[in-house]
Design a protein around this ligand. Structure first.
Ligand SMILES: O=P(O)(O)OC[C@H]1O[C@@](CO)(OP(=O)(O)O)[C@@H](O)[C@@H]1O
Length: 452
């Protein structure tokens, strides 16, 4: 008997999702980047306010056998087979319970390497009205596989505390055991909805995509690459409006803001790792203060202006100070403090709106290599939140100081952050909850800072 599922809300990201629930089923041999893809997809979906959860069968398997050797993964090992099947059963059961409570997208992270296993997952999902999208990561690029093996042997709980060389050998043996039974998705499974990704994005094959939400997930996954690169983020130099404590507008830089613009090329150079001295692509907004801040960067850095990077539109409050807003629109001021992420300025935007307009920027960032973004406080908070997995309630309160360069380097299991201060003084535009002052220092417990 099918259980009644609670009615689901729209997710606020403008996506019609009420009737769509998707199980993204990862497929592939070990060390093919499946977990990385799963984690990234979850981070992206959550950033868009789409409820997403990863169910990693390895986590369930470790409950029964914490650090099994490669023999455990041999098909002829009956006990190993039984325990692995039980782990998959437990993960799928938890996942389906999660869907019954209204979850939207689950990512089932396991090898799911046989046709029989995939069919079984599809049948379980079909019974619950959950769509399945199989995502196979195939990879024959030895360099990629080796770097994944290196990552796994140093970071996987399966090999925690073990000698790295012995771990690598065991892991290779485990891969060979999987290779014996591995079946790639082929024409026998043409009724499945699937995406095959070869060598992390070099070639993709898409089959039978059914709806908008599926195509959105597929589009994101198609754009991923795992080449080593960094993203640099900076606010514009201090503006005339920053000095007066006014928000929005299209003001020029203050003299100290000009000093930051002059310093920025050197600060960028300082942030390079040895041997990293390559041209960056620079993205600014269309507002004067970001364009002016980027204008002394080297000629060989291509520059691009994006309307989507313009500051959060403060509507009727544009060009006002926080004190003026509190005076003229006391209820709005209070409402914004209560729920800064969702509050939409009269005639303007909310942080939630900004995230939606930034989606193409995130997609382009995923496709690109080294990019320097010179933008605004609210925009930088949203981009930072995507890479650093910040909560939506917290991200609008992040303290992002002026005259500071942030370098983000995505790694397999998280994003590394480095902060470079220009040493050019500037006002603080950070405002704590309940306060109207702009020059206040962050109050502990009210904000999360970028630790700068
Ligand atoms: O969401 P809050 O914290 O008000 O911050 C966003 C504000 O930051 C400001 C500065 O106070 O951005 P900007 O860096 O572009 O000058 C305002 O223009 C903008 O409205």
């Amino acid at each position: 008997m099918e259980l009644a599922r609670p009615s689901r809300k729209t997710n606020g990201a403008g996506v019609q999702v009420e009737d769509t629930q998707i199980c993204v089923v990862m497929v592939g041999l070990p060390a093919r980047g499946k977990s990385l893809i799963a984690q990234k997809a979850q981070r992206y979906l959550r950033w868009l306010s789409i409820d997403a959860e990863v169910f990693n069968v390895g986590v369930y398997r470790r409950k029964g056998n914490k650090q099994p050797s490669a023999d455990f993964f041999d098909v002829n090992n009956a006990e190993g087979e039984r325990m692995r099947k039980a782990a998959a059963e437990a993960a799928v059961t938890d996942m389906l319970n999660w869907f019954r409570k209204g979850g939207i997208i689950a990512i089932l992270d396991a090898t799911n390497s046989t046709k029989a296993r995939r069919r079984w997952i599809k049948e379980r999902c079909d019974k619950e009205g959950v769509e399945t999208l199989f995502v196979e990561s195939k990879c024959d690029d030895e360099e990629l596989i080796m770097s994944n093996i290196l990552e796994v042997k140093t970071s996987s709980p399966d090999y925690e505390g073990q000698d790295p060389e012995t771990a690598a050998q065991d892991f290779r043996k485990r891969i060979r055991n999987y290779e014996k039974v591995y079946e790639t998705i082929d024409k026998d499974e043409s009724d499945l909805t699937y995406l095959k990704i070869m060598n992390v994005g070099k070639q993709v094959i898409i089959n039978a995509i059914q709806d908008y939400l599926q195509s959105r997930v597929v589009y994101y996954l198609m754009n991923l690459h795992i080449k080593q690169r960094s993203i640099w983020l900076s606010r514009h130099g201090e503006s005339e409006w920053n000095v007066y404590g006014k928000i929005g507008g299209d003001a020029d830089l203050s003299p100290r803001g000009e000093a930051y613009a002059l310093k920025l090329p050197e600060l960028v150079k300082q942030s390079f790792d040895p041997g990293e001295d390559h041209p960056l692509t620079v993205w600014t907004s269309t507002l004067k203060r970001t364009i002016a801040t980027a204008r002394h960067l080297p000629q060989e850095y291509n520059q691009l202006q994006w309307k989507a990077l313009d500051e959060l539109d403060s509507g009727v409050c544009d060009n006002m100070t926080y004190a003026e807003i509190k005076e003229l629109y006391p209820e709005d001021f209070e409402a914004r403090d209560q729920d800064k992420y969702n509050y939409r300025y009269r005639g303007g935007e909310s942080y939630r709106d900004v995230v939606i307009r930034l989606e193409p920027i995130i997609m382009e960032l995923e496709r690109s290599e080294n990019i320097l973004i010179v933008t605004h406080q609210a925009i930088l908070r949203c981009i930072y939140a995507y890479f650093m997995k910040e909560d939506q309630e917290k991200s609008p309160w992040l303290n992002v100081p002026l005259h500071t360069l942030i370098k983000l380097t995505p790694r397999a299991y998280g994003t590394e952050k480095q902060v470079f201060k220009a040493g050019v003084e500037a006002v603080s535009t950070w405002r704590g909850k309940g306060s109207v002052a702009k020059h206040e220092d962050p109050v502990e417990g009210v904000t999360t800072s970028l630790d700068v």
